[in-house]
Design a protein around this ligand. Structure first.
Ligand code: SAH
Ligand code: SF4
Ligand code: F3S
Length: 473
């Protein structure tokens, strides 16, 4: 088997072929359907919503192969890590887990262990597995998720380490079985990959070229979710605003949102928006349709136009603010962002530009990160003299400001009533929890009948990260 290993390659991962992307249907080989009888799997997922959704597909496939899930790694016959490469700490967590699994496997040598997701697409990670983690049975990448049944079958027959990672995307595979975490809200992929190549980011190498799903397939999936009683869909992609560009002459995200809105699903979210592709038509569509949420996650990354240029983001601080103002003109909209501090060469002045931008935008909330150099990315080759301590200080100062504005935006909601999709029992005793249209977490008093429904909640109190309230209807 070793001779046929398929190892990742960055030259191929960077290339963008003009080949037409084919669409095919998932088929489960009859002989794989019983492999998991009386066997348990343990699946650990790192990373973004796209990875979470891939894990829902992984679970779907494993359940069709008769496996059942266990939450205890020690009880599993098959352990799978679905990994993320975005920052160093995601790496460290996955490798730490592999360390634990190594001990377990010394006691139970028959367990099958596999690794998939974005880290599998990294040359350095695969080299390290080949050198130091030979007990792993197989590794597969983001472009051949649907090979899992075959690889698992091979592994039970011949447990020797096998790597099957393709650096270039293949077909779009429709109808992979899915086992969704929630009965009320669902993820729906609309576009795979990313062609933006921001200089700090590894995703274009781990997820391949931008490929839109056909609109008919997306709408069919949403209609089925409506039939099954789902209250909310999140349309997913690394850059959803590029939807359709690789597939249609005259059909973009705004058009897709209109078609999805017409299915009458109560709530439609979309993630993530790159400011570069955000059209005026999209702003209008958000305004017009009630079931398209008034919520936009619009990562800015930095408030310094100089740093934005080095990041390859292709907008300036000024043009970001212009777009931001257009969106703020929508009633009750909530806007959140992502910010990186400590990009190579970021000066105190650049950082203050970021603080200025935050003071201007007053985001509803934000995810903030210290820049983490990623293998093979252009930014990782830039000189970086800012000491880590300084970066940590900047992150701290930034978070103080972000939290202040989060709390302000939450305080404005006190005394008013909002629709909340109830998800279940809160960690706070005797309370339920759910999210507003604007993605604010609310803990509230109410009866369990509310679970799975959109209810009206009066907000009584606000904190930086959540709201407290009570059901009024
Ligand atoms: N496609 C989305 C972001 C996906 S990654 C977009 O373009 O906005 C989520 C966030 O991780 C990014 O917005 C960025 O803030 C952060 N991130 C990505 N690469 C990073 C790196 N090398 N170091 C630190 N943060 C990073
Ligand atoms: Fe990464 Fe930029 Fe693509 Fe987002 S748009 S996934 S940050 S390359
Ligand atoms: Fe991580 Fe890959 Fe998502 S790198 S953030 S899991 S696309």
């Amino acid at each position: 088997m070793g001779d046929y290993m398929q190892i990742p390659n960055y030259e191929k991962a960077r290339s963008r072929s003009k080949n037409e992307v084919k669409v095919r249907d998932f088929k489960l080989n009859q002989e794989y359907k019983k492999i998991g009888l009386n066997k348990k799997f343990f699946l650990k997922t790192y990373g973004c919503q796209m990875n979470e959704h891939d894990s829902e597909n992984i679970k779907g496939m494993l359940e069709k192969m008769s496996f059942s899930e266990t939450m205890e790694m020690e009880d599993a016959d098959f352990i799978l890590l679905n990994t993320c490469s975005i920052r160093e700490n995601a790496h460290n967590k996955a490798f730490g887990m592999l360390g634990r699994i190594k001990h377990l496997k010394a006691l139970k040598p028959n367990i099958i262990v596999a690794l998939c997701g974005c880290m599998a697409q990294e040359v350095g990670v695969v080299e390290e597995i080949l050198k130091k983690y030979k007990f792993v049975n197989f590794v597969f990448g983001t472009h051949n998720l649907d090979d899992l049944p075959k690889l698992l079958d091979q592994s039970f027959k011949n447990p020797k380490l096998n790597i099957e990672v393709y650096s270039m995307e293949g077909d779009i595979v429709e109808n992979i079985p899915v086992s969704r975490v929630s009965k009320y809200k669902a993820y729906v992929n609309i576009i795979y990959g990313c062609d933006k190549f921001c200089t700090y980011c590894i995703v274009p190498y781990t997820r391949g070229k931008q490929r839109s799903r056909h609109k008919e397939d997306i709408i069919k999936e949403v209609k089925e979710l409506v039939k099954d009683g789902y209250q909310e869909v999140t349309l997913l992609g690394q850059n959803v605003n590029a939807y359709g560009k690789d597939l249609y002459d005259d059909y973009e995200l705004a058009d897709l949102l209109v078609d999805v809105a017409k299915t009458n699903i109560p709530r439609i979210r979309f993630l993530t928006s790159h400011p570069w592709d955000f059209s005026d038509k999209l702003v209008e569509v958000i305004k017009k349709y009630d079931n398209i949420v008034n919520f936009v996650h619009l990562p800015v990354q930095s408030g310094s136009s100089r740093i934005l240029k080095l990041m390859g983001r292709r907008y300036t601080s000024e043009s970001y603010k212009e777009l931001y103002d257009k969106l703020r003109s929508i009633d009750n909209i909530s806007i959140t962002t992502d910010i990186i501090v400590g990009f190579p060469g970021e000066t105190e002045e650049d950082f203050e530009d970021t603080l200025d931008l935050v003071n201007y935008c007053k985001f509803d909330s934000a995810f903030t990160f210290i820049y983490s150099p990623r293998e093979n990315t252009p930014a990782s080759k830039l000189e970086d003299k800012v000491p880590l301590e300084e970066k940590e200080q900047r992150l701290y100062r930034l978070n103080e400001l972000i939290n202040k504005y989060s709390k302000e935006s939450n305080l404005k909601m006190v005394g008013k009533t909002y629709e909340v999709l109830t998800e279940g029992y809160s960690v706070k005793e005797g309370m339920l929890f759910g999210y507003t249209e604007t993605n604010k977490l609310v803990n509230f008093k109410g009866s369990s009948d509310a679970i799975g429904k959109i209810v009206k909640v009066l907000i009584r109190d606000a904190k930086s990260f959540s709201l407290d309230g009570e059901i009024i209807e």
